[in-house]
Structures are given as structure tokens and as C-alpha cells.
Write a protein that binds this ligand. Structure first.
Ligand code: PLP
Length: 402
């Protein structure tokens, strides 16, 4: 028993250190990390350049306050705006906090325009665990028991432009459309490029804000800095977190066009957000991703894993779909499969399951081709054995079955 609140069903393992795509537990066992702290450790563990930069920063300055100028904050905001083509950034400490800033921005703009702004959100969306972000989140399980929620959200089916149009037509107070272009927690669903483009057009026509939650899909994970860049569009509001700090807590709400310049002094704030340590982590993370070509690597290794799994699992009944983009990969089975997480752990592989039946792989962007193959080699036999409890497991068995 510990004195921790019982908010997680934790696996019986604790890690002492990591190196690259490997983690080591208290007993010296080695694991291949195909989860990267749920899309956080894009650079893997203990990346030498990140360690050096953070060590230097800790030795100089960890925290001052947002009542002063923070040069590292200005530098990271410049960098994010250059990469996204957007205008201004508010830094927070997590994805949910970045999203809260985005939601407050919409409401504040609504009041300036004389309406109580409504935001269209998507089924299966995941935006965080604060009350407002939970209100916008599609998961009934996560929401249950936390009513009453803040109002102002209209939920529509994902990837359905007609549903968004109808919701806008039905309520003149709609001011924003909020979407993950690749749903992570919801089960690794990739929106069609045409849908994302149509959302942009619709928001332009109706003077609405297009808000994109890139907390999980951003920072190179899909092979572009931000997943919406695959559709060649720009949002008015974008939120970031996870991979941006490589493990140092961080969140960012980025604004452009009609969403820029909405807040003035005193409208929003944070004690810790934008502190020098997190900012340095962000700057170094972006530098490393760029100079080491990690986005191209994400595409290459993502394809390698997906192709390897498709080959290894060909003809196996019970696989609904293998999908994703870059190193954000889901393997949907026709039944709940959280059991496989423990089996993978026993096989030296760290993965997780989302939406009950979707195995999720979010390996670090530094993944080598050998480790991409190793993920397939360790995972495919487990899936086969899980789906066919009485058949022999192993890639050989799969090939025969196929
Ligand atoms: N938005 C998305 C798309 C996420 O995937 C998550 C977390 O999984 C969040 C927001 C919430 O981020 P955090 O857990 O840092 O509050």
C-alpha cells in the first residue's frame, strides 16, 4: 500500500533509468519503450544534448516569474510561430492547461462579439481532465461522476463535415470548432485530409475559430511538426504539450488571425508556465528534432512498423484495422485487449491500450530501424496468441496461417 490516491491501475514495475529507446527497471531488466511516456519522450531517454542543455539551465536559472521578461520563453514562442506560421503563444504546464487557455480565449472573444460562445467538439475527443476540458472530452468513462460540467459545447461525430455544418446552422452562438486531426486517446483515428481542409473553409466562411488540439499529435510525431500540416492548412488556435518538453512539463496555446491579440494583461496567467527550464527543454527539443532529421525518421519507422505488423498479422482473425500516421500507431482488435499490456511487459516491450480495444504504439522519434523491427517481432506473436488462444504463436505460425 502507498499513500497515493488510487487514480491509476499501475503496472507492477518501476524504472530507474533509461537510454535512447530503452528503459531499465529496479531489477536491472531492460525494456524497449514503444510508448515514450505516452508521446512525451520523443528524444528517447537521457538524450545527451537535452541532458547537457537542461543541466546548464538548472545551474543558471530554473524559475523567475511571468512578472518579468523570460528570454527563453520569447525564444521558444518565436520558434513555434516560425514553425507553425502562427502569431503568439501562451505557455502553460500541461495539455489540459493549454486547452483551458484555448477555451477561455474563445469565451473571451465571444464576449467581445456579444455572444456566449459555443464550441463544437468531436465524439471520442480527448482534451484533458480539468472540468472544462473534460466537458469537451468524448469519453463517457472519464466524465462519469463529475457533473455538473461547464456548458458551451456541442458534440458532433468525428470526420463528418455535414454534422459540423448542421451544428453551426442550428446555433448562431457557435464561435469555434475544436478537433484533433488525429485522435489519440480516442483510438488512433486519422481525420481525412479533405475533412480538415473543409473545416478550414467552413470556419473562414462563417468567421469561426478553427482550434486544433495537437497535444499528442504535434512536435514531429506524425512526420510533420504539427499533424494539421499534412492538410496544408493553418488553425486559428493550436495547443501543444507532451513532446514539446521531452518530459519537462509544458503546455502551449498558440493563436493566430482572429484569435491573436484577444487576451490582455490580467486576462489569463500561471505561476509556473513558461519557466526557463521548460522553455529550454522546448527549444532544445525542437533543435534536436530538426538537426537529427527525426520527422523523416518518424515517417520511415512508422511505415516499417505498420508494414511489419500487416505482414506479420496477415490473415489473423480479430484484427479490425492497423492505422495511424508516423509514430502514432493503433492496432484495433475486435475485443478488449488491455491484458496484452502485461504480456508485452513480460516480453520486454512497453505499449498501452486505448479505447479498450486499440493497442497503441507511440515510440520515441529516435527509434532505429532495428528497434522498429523488434517492436513487430515482440508484439505480433503476442497478438496472435491472444486472438487464437489455442494456436501456436510466432511470426512463423502467422505466415502459415496467412
Ligand atoms: N489533448 C490531447 C489530444 C491529449 O492526448 C491529452 C492527453 O492525453 C490532453 C489533451 C491532456 O494533456 P495532459 O494530460 O497533459 O493534461
Amino acid at each position: 500500500m502507498t499513500h497515493l490516491m488510487n487514480t491509476y491501475n499501475r503496472l507492477p514495475i518501476a524504472f530507474t533509468h533509461g537510454k535512447g529507446a530503452r528503459l531499465f527497471d529496479e531489477h536491472g531488466n531492460e525494456y524497449l519503450d514503444a510508448l515514450a511516456g505516452i508521446a512525451v519522450n520523443g528524444l528517447g531517454h537521457a538524450h545527451p544534448r537535452l541532458v547537457a542543455a537542461l543541466t546548464d539551465q538548472i545551474g543558471r536559472l530554473i524559475h523567475t516569474s511571468n512578472v518579468y521578461r523570460v528570454r527563453e520563453q520569447e525564444a521558444l514562442a518565436d520558434r513555434i510561430c516560425a514553425l507553425s506560421g502562427m502569431q503568439e503563444v501562451f505557455f502553460a504546464n500541461s495539455g489540459a492547461e493549454a486547452n483551458e487557455a484555448a477555451l477561455k480565449l474563445v469565451r473571451f472573444l465571444g464576449h467581445q462579439r456579444g455572444i456566449e460562445a459555443q464550441t463544437i467538439v468531436m465524439e471520442r475527443a480527448w482534451h484533458g481532465r480539468t472540468l472544462a476540458t473534460l466537458a469537451a472530452t468524448g469519453s463517457a468513462k472519464a466524465r462519469q461522476g463529475f457533473e455538473p460540467f461547464p456548458t458551451g459545447f456541442i458534440c458532433v461525430p468525428y470526420n463528418d463535415i455535414g454534422a459540423v455544418t448542421r451544428a453551426i446552422d442550428a446555433d448562431s452562438r457557435v464561435l469555434a470548432v475544436w478537433v484533433e486531426v488525429l485522435q489519440g486517446e480516442g483510438g488512433i483515428y486519422v481525420a481525412d485530409v479533405d475533412y480538415v481542409k473543409a473545416l478550414r473553409r467552413l470556419c473562414d466562411e462563417r468567421r469561426l475559430l478553427l482550434m486544433i488540439d495537437e497535444v499528442q499529435s504535434g512536435i514531429g510525431r506524425t512526420g510533420k511538426w504539427f499533424a494539421h500540416q499534412w492538410a496544408g492548412i493553418k488553425p486559428d488556435v493550436m495547443t501543444l504539450a507532451k513532446g514539446l518538453g521531452s518530459g519537462v512539463p509544458i503546455g502551449a496555446c498558440v493563436a493566430a488571425g482572429p484569435a491573436a491579440g484577444v487576451f490582455g494583461p490580467g486576462n489569463h496567467g500561471t505561476t509556473f508556465g513558461g519557466g526557463p527550464l521548460a522553455m529550454r527543454a522546448g527549444i532544445e527539443t525542437l533543435d534536436i528534432i530538426e538537426s537529427e532529421g527525426l520527422m523523416a525518421n518518424a515517417v520511415a519507422q512508422g511505415e516499417r512498423i505498420v508494414n511489419g505488423l500487416k505482414r506479420g498479422l496477415q490473415g489473423v482473425g480479430g484484427i479490425v484495422q492497423i492505422r495511424g500516421k508516423g509514430l502514432m500507431i493503433g492496432i484495433e482488435l475486435d475485443r478488449p485487449c488491455s491484458h496484452l499490456v502485461r504480456q508485452a511487459l513480460a516480453a520486454g516491450l512497453l505499449i498501452n491500450v486505448t479505447h479498450d480495444s486499440v493497442l497503441r504504439l507511440l515510440p520515441p522519434l529516435i527509434l532505429s530501424a532495428e528497434d522498429a523491427d523488434l517492436i513487430v517481432h515482440r508484439l505480433a506473436p503476442l497478438i496472435i496468441a491472444f486472438l487464437r488462444p489455442h494456436s501456436a504463436s510466432g511470426l512463423g505460425a502467422t505466415a502459415k496461417a496467412a
